[in-house]
Design a protein around this ligand. Structure first.
Ligand SMILES: NC(=[NH2+])NCCC[C@H](N)C(=O)O
Ligand SMILES: [Mn+2]
Ligand SMILES: [Mn+2]
Length: 306
């Protein structure tokens, strides 16, 4: 029986400092996401987009944590709870949830939903660690904090909605880090998260690094969540992102990484949920980044050259 992939659009930009990332889901769909998934051999079902209040009508500081800075926290909570419930229901129905962002704070919803009824491993493809707490964030932008939120770190420990029930630090692996804030560096070092930086990819090659990330995320877990931030790629290849950092993975390395996940998934069924985030069509060139997002997603579900 074909696997059903349920597409959940979360056009949210409250977590980012640059507008436009809310158009990500449309741009990725326009880039033939469904077609690519069909050719990969899965059955895509599109749930459409969750509705969002307009950011212009909101006060970013209306609901702040007791310590630190986290803009639009109330709006992000509202959206992420809905993402969480959709993801959990999709999994309960035996389907695969694919969340389209939106800025990376939607991952709080994917993680809390996917780790509700299962011990969850995570592979985080990103230039950034997204482990700031409201106390350490240099920007107050929640897209730099989703992992901290899902782990209930810092001021997020006071929320009932953000911590993911069955997510442990030791089951999380970063792949491709190259932009880490000073205080965030300390947080990573003190944590049990495994971090593979761009330097690891340079030295050992992408496939070996992804194999190691898979080992971390599958050890003692029931399944793996893949979080794909398009700024993981080099900005020359993926220009349509709000926080570009030069020196990212190439087009080929990105495909190789996701094909490695796909091959392991074909053999052992390890993948459980995924989000594709931070595509910003306003900053993109000819929908190139959205197209890449669609292609990489198809690779994850088994699309091959031959
Ligand atoms: N998902 C992202 N693009 N995150 C960028 C985070 C940038 C920076 N570390 C911050 O906390 O503001
Ligand atoms: Mn990033
Ligand atoms: Mn990110």
């Amino acid at each position: 029986m074909e696997r059903t992939v349920r597409i959940i659009g979360a056009p949210m930009d409250y977590g980012a400092n640059r507008r436009g990332v809310d158009m990500g889901p449309s741009a990725i769909r326009y880039a033939d996401l469904a077609d690519g998934l069909e050719r990969a051999g899965v059955d895509p079902v599109d749930d459409g987009d969750l509705t969002m209040p307009r950011a212009e009508e909101r006060d970013p500081n209306a609901d702040q944590p007791s310590r630190g800075d986290a803009k639009f926290l109330r709006e992000i909570e509202d959206v992420c709870k809905r993402v969480r419930d959709r993801v959990a229901t999709t999994l309960a129905n035996g389907e695969f949830p694919l969340v389209l962002g939106g800025d990376h704070s939607v991952a709080i919803g994917s993680l809390t939903g996917s780790a509700r009824d299962a011990d969850l491993g995570v592979i985080w493809f990103d230039a950034h660690a997204d482990l700031n707490t409201p106390e350490t964030s240099p920007s107050g932008n929640v897209h730099g904090m989703p992992l901290a939120a899902a782990l209930g770190r810092g001021a997020f420990g006071e929320t009932e909605w953000a911590p993911a029930p069955r997510l442990r630090e030791s089951s999380i692996a970063y792949v491709g880090l190259r932009s880490i804030d000073d205080r965030e560096r300390e947080l990573i070092r003190e944590s049990e998260i495994t971090a593979f930086t761009m330097a690891d990819i340079d030295q050992r090659g992408i496939s070996a690094v992804v194999d190691d990330a898979l080992a971390v995320a599958t050890d003692g877990t029931d399944g793996v969540h893949v979080s794909l931030d398009l700024d993981w790629l080099d900005p020359k290849t993926a220009p349509g992102v709000g926080t570009p950092v030069r020196g990212g993975v190439t087009y080929r390395e990105a495909h190789a990484a996701l094909e490695t996940l796909s091959r392991r998934d074909e053999a052992e069924g390890v993948l459980r949920s995924m989000d594709v985030v931070e595509v910003n069509p306003i900053l993109d060139e000819g929908n190139e980044t959205a197209t890449l997002a669609a292609e990489l997603t198809a690779s994850t579900f088994g699309k091959r050259i031959l």
